[in-house]
Design a protein around this ligand. Structure first.
Ligand code: Z5A
Length: 212
């Protein structure tokens, strides 16, 4: 078995519709793992701080128009530009809690009508998550949470369609979390699952690549 110095961090991904609570739960998981002494960071995609991320942000806020294929590849490029840092963090023992990842990329673009296999292709070779937690909420219920803002995609019919593609992408390893419950109860469903994952990665579970 590997010694403590070889212990790697876990790649933990949160997925779900808009307003399902990913941002809130990322923050909670971050402080929970921190309080237990685990090195951990919280990341999110899109990462709007990079050059590519700025193009994505301008598209999402309707300040620019882009062809559906083009924006899809930009979302993917935004993950690729963080890939080597992601690998370095994990190998140095830091766990990452990531708010949206390749599954968002494929679900949102497929919901617009792009071919699902075409959508998956640019994601091949990115690091595969050790754990995907899907925050499950009916789109109608998510829409009630403070209402939608003005960003592109924040529309009920579109969110329903995205949900269907998430369903197609999900596999039995995904942990489906009931995201309709109060914040504390949603968190409770996740903490044990996350800790199990962190421990199994420390024990040497190998890092793998998309698409699985
Ligand atoms: N997108 C894409 O097309 N391709 C890609 O590759 C990627 C993304 C990565 C921007 O993402 C858009 O980009 C997104 C997908 C697309 N479009 N949509 N829709 P983003 O991550 O920047 O934006 P978002 O997903 O819309 O995040 P969000 O609005 O911040 O939602 P959230 O993080 O899931 O929820 P939250 O901020 O934690 O909570 C929302 C509200 O609900 C807030 O007022 C909370 O206090 C409340 N809340 C949360 N949990 C609860 C519970 N349990 N009970 C009651 N109220 C709650």
């Amino acid at each position: 078995s590997t010694g403590q110095s070889d212990a790697r961090g876990a790649l933990i991904v949160l997925e779900g519709l808009d307003r399902s609570g990913k941002t809130s739960q990322s923050a909670r998981l971050l402080s929970h793992l921190n309080s237990l002494g685990y090195p951990v960071e919280s990341w999110r995609f899109p990462d709007r701080d990079t050059a590519v991320g700025k193009m994505i942000s301008s598209y999402l806020t309707n300040q620019s128009q882009l062809d559906d294929h083009t924006i899809h590849l930009l979302f993917s490029a935004n993950r690729w530009e963080k890939r080597s840092l992601m690998e370095a963090k994990l190998k140095s023992g830091t766990s990452l809690i990531v708010d949206r990842y390749s599954y968002s990329g494929v679900a949102f673009s497929s919901a617009k009508g792009l071919d699902i296999e075409w959508c998956k292709a640019p994601e091949v070779g990115l690091l595969a998550p050790d754990l995907v937690m899907y925050l499950n909420i009916p789109p109608e219920k998510a829409a009630e949470r403070g209402g939608y803002g003005g960003e592109r995609y924040e529309q009920l019919e579109f969110q329903k369609n995205v949900g269907k593609y998430y369903e197609m992408l999900s596999d039995p390893s995904w942990k489906i979390i009931d995201a309709c419950l109060p914040l504390e109860d949603v968190e409770k469903q996740m903490t044990e699952i996350v800790l199990d994952c962190v421990v199994s990665c420390q024990k040497g579970k190998p890092l793998t690549h998309l698409w699985l």
